[in-house]
Every structure is written in structure tokens, then in C-alpha cells.
Write a protein that binds this ligand. Sequence first.
Ligand code: UGA
Length: 499
Amino acid sequence: MNKRKGARQYTPENLKIAVIGVGHVGLPTALCLAELGWEVIGADQDEDKIRQMKAGKSPFYEPGLQTLLTQHLASGRFSVTSDVASAIDAATVLFICVGTPQGENGEADLSQIEVIARLIAQHLNGYKLIVEKSTVPAVTSLWIKRTILRFAMAQRRLEGGGLNQSTAPAEIDELPPAPDFDVASNPEFLQEGKAVDNFFCPDRIVVGVESARGQEILEAIYRPLKRPIVVTGLTTAELIKHAANAFLSMKISYINMVADICEAVGADVNLVASGLGLDPRIGPDFLSAGIGYGGYCFPKDLRAFAYLAEKHGVRGSLLREVERINLERVDRFLDKLYKALWIVQEKTIGVWGLSFKPNTDDIREAPSLRIVEALVKDGARLRLYDPQAMQRMRQVFPEQQGQITYCSSPYQACEGAHAVLLLTEWEEFQSLDLHRVASLMELPILLDGRNALDPEKAVRAGLEYISIGRNNATPIPEVYQAQHSPAVQELGVNAPAWR
Ligand code: UGA
């Protein structure tokens, strides 16, 4: 996009920002923009959430967020409102960060975005840059533009000259002036649990624009970060985001498939991943094998991307397979548990980690949900622990005397347990005293769904340690080595589980 001669300088004095939708994307974005010096209004129709924030409390856990909220409510650079229209009136730049949940057939449900576009159309009281930040399928920004334009023009026709909406354009002598706005796509790459760090140190900032003015404004907003800015058209920017999330999901499913091969042939997936990751063409990240990916982004974005491909006649089978492998992870993990315990009914199972990843209280599409559901159905007694996510989990699986117990520490979760499952690799679990863990358990069986622990340490502590795609080092007592029953081997069961 060619820069305009004598283009205006955009500063916090002449550019107010509104962030519409203050969830896991919107709130970190809004507060980090305030930290950069911009004046930001966070708007959300969820009145409870706004009330909570007005009282100074972050509506969810994200490292660094509470501090920024306290700081910028006090500095006056951040304010919140449930009156979305007033935020639109007050700002020049509108970041749309509302949810794009999964609709039927895996298609993204964009109805919340459409509602906001129509609201913006009614409040174009001067130039506005509308920035789409939610993850959306290709051409959503063009739909936003079209929607705003249509509804704004319809309103202007109504307001000017008493024409009604049914008036055909040909009958209009003079069309009202077109509203002054641009649309941009500025996808976010924030990871939950690291959103604040990711904002201040992004690998890249993608700016999809259709005008020099839109580009200048977004460059001015992000310039203080001094990070590479990739400028593209609207649709290309949208595609970069979807393609990135789908690719990362694919990397995870790939290493999970490799983990299954490792188990079959006796190799170690962690070492395979290290060997792969050192090749700069592959890279070391997102090669951790385990119980699969969850969260609000990868599962739905992958499905929406596959849907988009198929809608346009492009085969989505690669992406569908990525999803299939991911869904199977939980079943394979539960198989390991059933092989270790045979029957889980009336057995006590400790669970470490409920959130879909560490450093968040988010449990949306977390593997823990399916695991807990299956074990409850099979009559196990569960002792659950998570450093942050227990409150949210309680809303899905309330405490039930004798069946579901929420514990106040990882040690309490393994008291009297016949097995403990590690489902989220919180740092806290990596420094536990495993001897103490083993001594608290009825049967010292530990299933590590994230390969987070050192197998040797676990075994030295007396635990039967079962992980993913690694030789599951187990302290086999001599008596079992001597007997080494083929029948037991055929069942695929580790001997100590039969003690
Ligand atoms: C993901 C992307 O990483 C962000 O770039 C993107 O902005 C965000 O989605 C979004 O679209 O909003 P997020 O879902 O917060 O971020 O978390 P990730 O760190 O990507 O983890 C996703 C899932 O993959 C977690 O369940 C995690 O446990 C799992 N994972 C991750 C693995 O199983 N193995 C790995 O090697 C890495």
C-alpha cells in the first residue's frame, strides 16, 4: 500500500480505541494497548463481566492480566462498558474480538460479528477503522465491510429526505454520501497462559488492509513494539491465521502418531521430537506428544478451516485426519489406564491438571473433560486437583460425595488412589516429592498424559510410571521378572498392576 504524502500522525491524543468483546483475546489486547499508551475502552454485552471488571477483578486467570487491569483502571487509560454503542461512538479504531464459536458442520458461527457490524453501521459518526481480530474464515472482513456499508446507507436514506427502505435506488435522485470507514484484518496469535508476553513480543504482526489510511493507523498503534509487520490484503491476513492454527494442530497430531509408532517399536518420542526439532525446517515447538490439543482455538479453527476448504472444492482430508488423531488421544490414554487397573469401578483415581494447558483456568475442549466424564460413567471415585481451573470444572462436574472430590493440593488428590493421571503439565507437578506421592497411594501407578515427568525419577520413587510414546520404565520386582508370564504379556498389562 503506498504511503500518503503528508499523512497524519496518529497519537493517543487523536486516536481512541474500542475493543469489542473482552474475552481471552479482547481483554489482553485492550490492556496491552493501554500499556503501550493508548486510551482504550473495553466493551462487552456481558454485564456480569463488566461489573466484575469495574470492581477491579479480571474475569479469568491469565498471568499478568490482573496487574495490568488494576494499573490501567487507575491510570484512566482503560475503561469498560456494557454499552457497546457508546464505545463505538467514542472511538476511531474498533477492534472486533467477539467469539466465533463452532456452528453446524464445523462451520464458524459469525452471527456475533454480524450483530456488531450492524451496530457499527448505525454509529458511524466520523471516520472509523474497523479491525477484525477474532479468528474468522476467509472473506469475513469483506462481509463486514459489505454489511456496514449496506446498513449505513439504508439508514442514511431513511434519515435524508424521508425515503423508506423499499425505495428502489433508481428512484433516488441523490444518493446520500458514503460512510467514511475502512476495514482491516489483524489476526491475533496470542496463546492463553502467555497472552501478555505474546502481545509485547510477537513473532510477527499481520496487518490485512485495503487502504493506506488503515495501514498507517495500525502501524502507528503497533510501532512501539518494534516487531516485524507483515502487510497483506484482507483475505490473505485471515487465511494466515487459520492456516497457522491448522498447521500447529497438524504438528501436534503428527507427533502423537509418531508416539504411537514409538510405543509399538520401543523408541522414545521425546528423543525423536528433539532429533526432528533440531532441523530448522521443522523446528522444536509443538512437538510434545500427549493426550492431544484442546482449548477454544485449535479444535474449532481446524474444523472451520476444513469446512472452508471443502466448501471451495478443496479436499480437507488432511485436516480431517488431524482431528481424528486428536480425538483418539483420550481413548488411547484411557486404554492405558484400563490396562493398568483392569476395572476402574470403585477405584480411586487422582487427577492432576484440568485446564486445557498450563497457566490458564480455561477448560474449554480440555481433554480432562472427556476423561473425567468417562471415569465417572465407569464408576470411578475421582480426586481432582488443578491450580486454577477447579472453579470452572465444578460448574461442569459438581462435587459429589464419594465420587467427585476437589482437593486442595496434588498430594491430597493422590491419597488412597489406585492411579494418578497427570493431564496438564503445570510446573507445580514437576517439582513434587514423588516418594511422598507413592507413599500416599493405594497402588503407586502414575499415568503421565503429557510426558511431563522424568521416568527414572518416578521409578526411583517407587511408582509404576506410564507415559506416552516412551519406554514405560517400571520397577518390576524380581519375582515378576522370574515368572514373566506370557498370559500377562498378551493382555498388554504391566506386571506390577496385578499386585
Ligand atoms: C493457539 C495458538 O497457539 C495461538 O497462536 C493462537 O493465537 C490461539 O490458539 C488462538 O487462535 O487464539 P492456545 O489455544 O491458547 O493458542 O494454546 P496453545 O499453546 O497453542 O495450545 C493448544 C493446545 O495444544 C493445548 O491443549 C496444548 O496442551 C496442546 N499442545 C501444544 C500439545 O498437545 N502439544 C504441543 O506440543 C503443544
